[in-house]
Design a protein around this ligand. Structure first.
Ligand code: PLP
Length: 392
């Protein structure tokens, strides 16, 4: 028997101070059950399009099994820069402004480590993706959560952020389209945030991993494309969500050379490089994957409308998501807390979703449902949720 007791006190206090992800606990319970319908994981139910998989198989056949340059294959960096140019009209230099990372997860981690000195503060609008605050803390920084309000469609504004500015504020992190709310920011919203960033001389980390998943004819705006924002922004994006490539672990960061050099320094000592197989596949995704991606996005849009209408019919109020593949219904009418709702629903009806509190304190009163699953499963989950809500 291997002891844990004596070793627990040897764990770094910084690591101890970070709670485990609020998402996993429910999956551990769900894993023990039969017939669970899961709206829990934020993971596409599609497999990676064949052309992308095939390019990797072909690469392996040709013997591409080595390390790559720390910054990633130049070919991939060039494709990433072309994508920004054709989508948003912004020019990046593939040799100076891009770092290929092991998913946006690594990019988030090393971006924070590159820019936060001990005690530096970073503004983080909530509810938000579970890693943001943890990465800031692990980097030695201080995450400062700022609640985005439902009255404002979960958008964040300078008025929300201004009271949290101190002389230690160095950066802010925006993640839109948002996980878990599905909120997006309009060009006007982003322009207001750009002026705010300029006024307080903040670096902006913009996590745009769900950028391609923008619905309802809404404009997709890239924060770095706003006047004056390109060099101030660390633009993060990846392939996990839009191209159904979660398991490949591939993403990228784009910014000014000082920040990219600093991030590359951390990356070269810790990761060395992203897997070559995933980099080859990512090149193919950018060259020939767009039509497959668009098909998946239109499928998500169908599911989005199904789940939005279904939850409303059940009587759970919700904000209509405009991006990503999540919906964030208000469950306060049931009299249960978010945790109670998620736990009871799982135990009684075998439907897994995530309590809103996993995404910040202001997520109390909400739960997150992912609709990156089939229409049949969403319909079944809605029927079970209705039964649950009517029998509390
Ligand atoms: N950013 C957001 C907002 C996410 O929801 C996720 C994954 O769920 C990630 C980043 C991590 O993505 P990757 O698979 O590229 O590491």
């Amino acid at each position: 028997m291997i002891e844990t007791k004596n070793w627990q006190k040897r764990i770094s206090p910084v690591v101890e101070s970070v709670p485990p992800s609020g998402i996993r606990r429910f999956f551990d319970i769900a894993a023990e059950m039969d017939d669970v319908v899961s709206l829990g994981v934020g993971e596409p139910d599609f497999v990676t399009p064949w052309t992308i998989r095939e390019s990797c198989v072909y690469g392996l056949e040709q013997g591409f099994t080595s390390y790559t340059a720390n910054r990633g294959l130049l070919e991939l960096r060039e494709e990433i820069c072309r994508l920004q140019e054709r989508s948003f009209g912004i020019s990046y230099d593939p040799k100076k402004h891009v770092l290929v990372t092991v998913g946006v997860s690594e990019a988030l981690d090393i971006a924070m480590r590159a820019i936060l000195a001990p005690g530096d503060e970073i503004l983080i609008p909530e509810p938000c993706y579970v890693s943001y605050k943890a990465c800031a803390t692990l980097a030695g920084g201080v995450p400062v959560p700022v609640a985005a309000k439902i009255e404002n469609d979960f958008r964040i504004t300078p008025d929300d952020l201004e009271p949290f500015i101190t002389e230690k504020t160095r950066a802010m992190l925006i993640g839109y389209p948002n996980n878990p709310t599905g909120a997006i920011l309009s060009r006007k919203d982003m322009e207001a945030l750009a002026s705010f960033a300029e006024k307080h001389d903040l670096i902006v980390i913009s996590d745009e991993i769900y950028g391609d998943l923008t619905y309802a004819g809404e404009e997709r705006v890239c924060f770095a494309s706003l006047p004056g924002m390109q060099e101030r922004t660390i633009l993060l994006n990846g392939f996990s969500k839009a191209y159904a490539m979660t398991g490949w672990r591939i993403g990228y960061a784009m910014s000014n050379p000082a920040i990219i050099d600093a991030m590359t320094k951390i990356h070269q000592y810790t990761m060395l490089c992203a897997p070559i197989t995933a980099q080859i596949a990512a090149v193919e995704a950018l060259r020939h994957g767009e039509k497959y991606m668009k098909k998946m996005v239109s499928e998500y849009d169908k599911r989005r409308r199904l789940i939005y209408d279904g939850l409303q019919k059940i009587g759970l109020k919700c904000f209509e998501p405009k991006g990503a593949f999540y919906i964030f219904p208000d469950i306060t009418s049931t009299g249960l807390t978010s945790e109670e709702f998620a736990e009871k629903l799982l135990l009684k009806e075998h439907v897994a979703l995530v309590p809103g509190t996993a995404f910040g304190e202001c997520g109390e009163g909400y739960v997150r449902c992912s609709y990156a699953t089939s229409v049949e499963k969403i319909s079944e989950a809605l029927a079970r949720i209705e039964h649950f809500v009517n029998h509390i």
